[in-house]
Design a binder for this molecule. Structure first.
Ligand code: SAH
Length: 248
């Protein structure tokens, strides 16, 4: 079981697999007023940076589940490196339908809401692991500016403009699902650059090391087209943030 190999190639050097940077996760951890010993569940935990740094900085304990074998291995190494391997556990597996045995204080899905069919389904799934009064974290894109055409939305790798909402509408949508938005930390264009531009050097180096690979042609094409596509579309139109929710 694994995610499509292209992501394991293009994001192999990423510690954070979304437009957040280390300082954004630090800001979010502080904003949530995490207490030592708080239990955190993370569906689609990637290379584990959120759980590992919060374990180090706030003394949380946590479990992450991710379908990428590579990212899960990297998460375990990161936990060792930060000296928190006794506090955090990383499971390689499908997070669809995952409910924790013990209720958690914070249940998160940061940039992987397709796991439960979108934002609403993911909130429902996370709620099943959450203690009464706990916090749900959803990391998700929104339109920073509404794309003027469907072609620009596709240039942002959305299927259509209707895939995402503008920020005020997105925030209101959580209310319609019965949740208060109690905190949020938003990514910015520098963070998008760290996420997207870091893929380009990784691709270039991978191509030099793997010229005969069956994906070499695809990776070459991506390296050629991605920088300008990203600058024209994603960087201008797509926002991204983590929203902290409590049941009303
Ligand atoms: N939250 C992480 C990773 C976000 S990227 C971070 O902030 O860095 C999305 C992640 O979802 C990837 O790590 C990918 O491997 C994982 N993923 C995709 N489908 C999944 C599934 N069905 N179950 C668990 N993880 C999944």
């Amino acid at each position: 079981m694994d995610i499509p190999r292209i992501f394991n190639i293009t994001e192999s050097a990423h510690r954070i697999h979304n437009p957040f940077t280390a300082d954004k996760f630090a800001t979010l951890g502080a904003a949530l007023r995490l207490e030592s010993g708080a239990r955190v569940l993370d569906l689609g935990s990637g290379s584990g940076e959120m759980l590992c740094t919060w374990a180090r900085d706030h003394g949380i304990v946590g479990t992450g589940i991710d379908m990428s074998q590579l990212f899960t291995e990297q998460a375990k190494l990161r936990a060792e490196e930060l000296g928190v391997a006794h506090q955090v556990k990383f499971i390689h597996g499908d997070a669809a339908g995952y409910v924790s045995d013990e209720k958690v204080d914070v249940a998160a899905c940061v940039g992987a809401t397709w796991i439960a069919g979108g934002v609403a389904g993911t909130i429902e799934l996370l709620a099943r692991s959450l203690r009464t009064g706990g916090i749900i974290l959803i990391g998700e894109p929104y339109w920073r500016q509404l794309p003027p055409t469907e072609d620009i939305a596709k240039g942002c790798l959305a299927t259509s403009i209707s895939d995402f909402l503008v920020l005020p509408e997105f925030i209101s949508a959580f209310g319609h699902l019965g949740y208060d938005v109690v905190e949020m930390v938003l990514a910015n264009q520098d963070g998008w650059d760290r996420y997207e531009a870091a893929k380009w050097l990784t691709m270039r180096r991978w191509l030099e090391a793997n010229p005969g690979d069956e994906l070499a042609k695809d990776v070459r094409a991506k390296l050629t087209s991605e920088p300008a596509r990203y600058a024209a579309c994603t960087r201008e139109y797509l926002g991204w943030g983590v929203f902290a929710l409590m049941s009303q």
